[in-house]
Design a protein around this ligand. Structure first.
Ligand code: SAH
Ligand code: SF4
Ligand code: F3S
Length: 483
């Protein structure tokens, strides 16, 4: 999967996890049907599950067949120009479809809705409804407005909304792994990035509701949760900040940070695996790393986006760390969690004013760290960001693409190398389902997030299986079950 995604990003510069999902079918006899596609990051996929939940309580079933739908939602991404173009193409296609079915309600949700606000509704007239990431509770009202013949929009960004009390409807679930959103928004202001503008201010979700959701998932048979946020390491929750009324009653002002939260989730059950994404290198603490080391069920894998290997470029990007600082942090990760701990990264080629030597420093930094895998992009200027205002997007597309290809070629070598190291070792794998190629094989991941394929025998998805790794490719480990 990762390999496929990386290959896609080579071909078209698409968002690392950009794909779309259709809703699962729920036929409970409700009066209308919702079809939803998600683009962009895992947060958007997770948000679509909130949207499905809100609408299920408002008389909607979900459908995976767009032809059956009364309402079509695209949950969109703005991270790069290409991501928006993909959605525009899809909207044009759906509008062709709408000509045959004029009563179809078409809505755009997520980051593009937030960024473009009224534009798609009023100027381009290609949608009926626009709802930003913090407006999903308002969807029933917005749909009612459209039913009455109006256009509907809510792009209000909230400082509090975490959808803590909404029980997500698991769309396209394998019944084994699930996302749990723990915080929203981002206060970091990396100069290239549109997310702070589309997702608003950082806010953390009540830890009690997070633990309750993870526990409920475990009780339903799920065996892995991924805690999601734009910057999970800055998770911070206190009664004082988040619930003044309750504080008056209890007068306890406990502050829960990300390490504390990880520990609480890890203690639910040793058979519930925990992953998290994304960590900002500047915020990941030793306390988090030691907590990961302490609990076997917290997976030994960290996504630690580096973006560039040159300190001047990192400074222009407003990342808050230098090359040397990042390298020391990555070494600390492997010191505390062992050499096998997976580290992955995001890289941007051809940021404003990046010289050839500075690009070479990205390559040399990759050689220094040797990532297990990476999402790699060339720089795409986003309107309204600090970089768009302050710096010239002066690297030609040809040079950006050539630099990106060099980064990808090196990463491919490294992914192959990191996978080869696993041959001959026994890995504990959580089976997630059949392999993509054959129903005779199961597929799952080891603790450091590598995909492992092995003969099914009598094993079932949701089980942990010890697999002796016999061969490897760039994207997959292949082996057989052992005692
Ligand atoms: N919060 C996450 C990032 C989400 S965006 C984090 O900080 O890790 C995912 C990745 O997209 C970023 O890490 C970055 O590598 C890439 N990206 C963001 N804006 C971009 C842009 N304008 N052009 C190219 N890539 C970009
Ligand atoms: Fe964007 Fe930086 Fe925030 Fe990540 S940490 S979402 S790259 S501003
Ligand atoms: Fe895209 Fe928004 Fe996620 S811009 S990457 S969908 S936060």
């Amino acid at each position: 999967m990762k390999e496929l995604i990386d290959d896609l990003s080579i071909l078209d510069g698409a968002e690392g996890c950009e794909t779309y999902q259709t809703s699962k079918d729920s036929n409970t006899g409700k009066s209308r049907k919702l079809y939803i596609e998600s683009y962009g990051c895992q947060m958007n996929f997770s948000d679509s599950e909130i949207v499905a939940s809100v609408l299920q309580n408002d008389g909607f079933d979900t459908t995976s067949d767009i032809n059956e739908a009364d309402v079509v939602f695209l949950n969109t991404c703005s991270i790069r120009e290409k991501a928006e173009q993909t959605v525009r193409n899809r909207l044009n296609h759906i509008n062709g479809f709408k000509k045959k079915k004029p009563e179809l309600l078409v809505g755009v949700l997520g980051c593009m809705a937030e960024r473009l606000k009224t534009k798609l509704l009023e100027e381009e007239k290609i949608v009926d409804l626009v709802a930003g990431p913090d407006a999903y509770r308002d969807l029933p009202k917005l749909i009612a407005q459209v039913d009455e013949g109006d256009k509907a929009i809510n792009t209000f960004l909230s400082r509090e909304e975490t959808y803590a009390d909404i029980n997500p409807v698991r769309l396209n679930s394998n019944g084994v792994t699930a996302f749990v959103s723990i915080m929203r928004g981002c206060d970091n202001m990396c100069s290239f990035c549109v997310v702070p503008f589309t997702r608003g201010r950082e806010r953390s979700r009540d830890p009690h509701s997070i633990v309750a959701e993870a526990k409920a998932l475990f009780d339903q048979g799920y065996r892995e949760v991924t805690l999601l946020g734009q910057n999970v390491d800055s998770y911070k929750w206190s009664e004082e900040e988040n619930n003044k009324a309750r504080l008056e009653k209890s007068s306890v002002s406990e502050v829960i940070n990300f390490a504390n939260l990880l520990e609480r989730v890890a203690r639910i059950h040793p058979d519930l695996r925990i992953r998290f994404s994304t960590s900002h290198p500047k915020d990941i603490t030793d306390e988090v790393l030691f907590t990961m080391a302490k609990y076997e069920n917290i997976c030994k894998n960290i996504h630690l986006p580096m973006q560039s290997g040159n300190s001047r470029v990192l400074d222009l990007m407003n990342r808050g760390y230098s090359r040397e600082w990042y390298i020391a942090k990555a070494k600390r990760v492997r010191e505390i969690l062992g050499e096998d701990c997976g580290i992955s990264s995001d890289m941007i080629a051809g940021f404003c004013t990046e010289t050839e030597e500075e690009h070479q420093e990205t390559l040399s930094m990759m050689r220094e760290i040797v990532y297990d895998y990476a999402y790699m992009f060339f720089y795409s200027e986003r309107p309204g960001t600090l970089a768009a205002k302050k710096y010239k997007d002066d690297i030609t597309e040809e040079v950006k693409k050539r630099r990106l290809e060099e980064i990808i070629a090196l990463q491919n070598e490294h992914s192959t190398f990191r996978n080869e190291r696993m041959v001959g070792k026994v890995q504990r794998v959580l089976a997630e389902g059949f392999s993509r190629r054959s129903d005779e094989f199961l597929q799952g991941r080891n603790t450091d997030n590598k995909v492992v394929v092995f003969p099914k025998e009598n094993f079932k998805k949701g089980q942990y299986v010890n697999v002796l790794i016999e061969r490897s490719t760039r994207g997959t480990l292949i082996g057989k079950a052992v005692e």
